[in-house]
Design a protein around this ligand. Structure first.
Ligand code: DAH
Length: 330
């Protein structure tokens, strides 16, 4: 009886240790633990039969049972440690960064030359305290022309023929419309710079496009004079083009009085680069400002012209073709 139970215990130990050593998951290990050492496990079942033993046999078998239990528990612990570290190893290997592996190639984007000029301009004017504003590309006749002192039969409209929509609205011919919208919303003092897309009914060629970009600036305050305009324009143009001679040439715009074109001496030639002037009192009146109290200046220029001069671009259409051979040069 005794030796029979003893043999069974030793056999259980052997079987248990073998099974545990070959358990390949933690789940399987837990199953084995329950199977051998659990409340309803095999060791427990064997010990329950100790009840029929004599008092002298019992301690001996009890001692053997304890070593079997310890041995199985040891095997369980050992295997658990082994499985856990193997799991960590697998995880470490999976997460290793292979520094020799080639990366994923993402072609680098570039700033479009037009956006480059716009960004540069806005930076310069924001640096001088200006706010950036935008208006809509579809405008009413009022904001594009009339409020800018250009009534329906005004000859200045001839140069700014545009696309008229069936509802009577039009595609704005210049960003000057933003002046009016901004002044209607805000009160002086005003310093605003407005970039945007504009439209003209122009035949497309190397220097003309029916859709192009302008940047407008406007300053309204008490006591602004032509010297403020000159100083501002000079600082701006020299920041963009470098320290080159500029000149103001008398000109005409309906919305400014006096008006001027600004020329830049570029590679030995005078080049017209922007229009400007003191805001006409009629424009101030159209937004309810008192021209006896406030004065101001405005200027506007074409972004394409700046880009073409600065980057020596020979045809305006290159700016719109999305040809990478062209765009990658910037
Ligand atoms: N709006 C004019 C144009 O498109 C450019 C311009 C000239 C804007 C004089 C101004 C200005 O603000 O004062 O030709």
């Amino acid at each position: 009886m005794t030796s029979n139970l003893e043999n069974q215990l030793l056999a259980l130990r052997q079987e248990g240790e073998t099974a545990i050593a070959s358990a390949d998951t933690l789940e399987r290990l837990e199953e084995l633990r329950v199977n051998y050492l659990g409340k309803k496990g095999q060791l427990g079942a064997l010990l329950r039969s100790m009840g029929q033993m004599s008092a002298e046999e019992r301690p001996k078998i009890g001692a053997i049972a304890n070593t079997v239990k310890e041995a199985i528990q040891n095997s369980l612990d050992q295997q658990r440690t082994a499985l856990e570290s193997a799991q960590i190893q697998v995880q470490l290997e999976a997460e290793t960064i292979d520094v020799t592996m080639p990366g994923i190639y993402r072609p680098q984007g570039r700033i479009h030359p037009l956006n480059g000029i716009i960004d540069q301009t806005l930076d310069i004017f924001v640096g001088m305290g200006y706010t950036v504003a935008q208006g809509s590309e579809m405008e009413t006749d009022y904001y594009n022309f009339e409020a800018l002192n250009t009534p329906p039969d005004h000859p200045a409209r001839d140069m700014q023929d545009t696309f008229y929509l069936p509802d009577g609205n039009l595609l704005r011919t210049h960003t000057s419309s933003v002046q009016i919208r901004y002044m209607e919303k805000e009160e002086p003092p005003i310093r605003v710079v407005a970039p945007g897309r504009v439209y003209r009914r122009d035949d497309v060629d190397a220097t003309h496009s029916a859709v192009f970009h302008q940047i407008e600036l406007l300053a309204i305050d008490e006591g602004l004079t032509f010297t403020d305009l000159k100083g501002t324009v000079k600082i701006f143009l020299q920041s963009i083009f470098g320290d080159l001679p500029i000149r103001f040439r008398a000109s005409y715009f309906p919305f400014t009085e006096p008006s001027a074109e600004v020329d830049l001496q570029w590679k030995g030639r005078w080049l017209e680069v922007m229009g400007c002037g003191m805001v006409d009192p009629n424009v101030l009146k159209s937004v309810g400002y008192d021209p006896e109290v406030y004065s101001g200046f405005a200027a506007g220029f074409g972004v394409e012209r700046f880009a073409m001069v600065l980057h020596q671009i020979d045809d305006i259409r290159r700016l719109y073709n999305s040809d990478l051979r062209f765009l990658q040069q910037f």
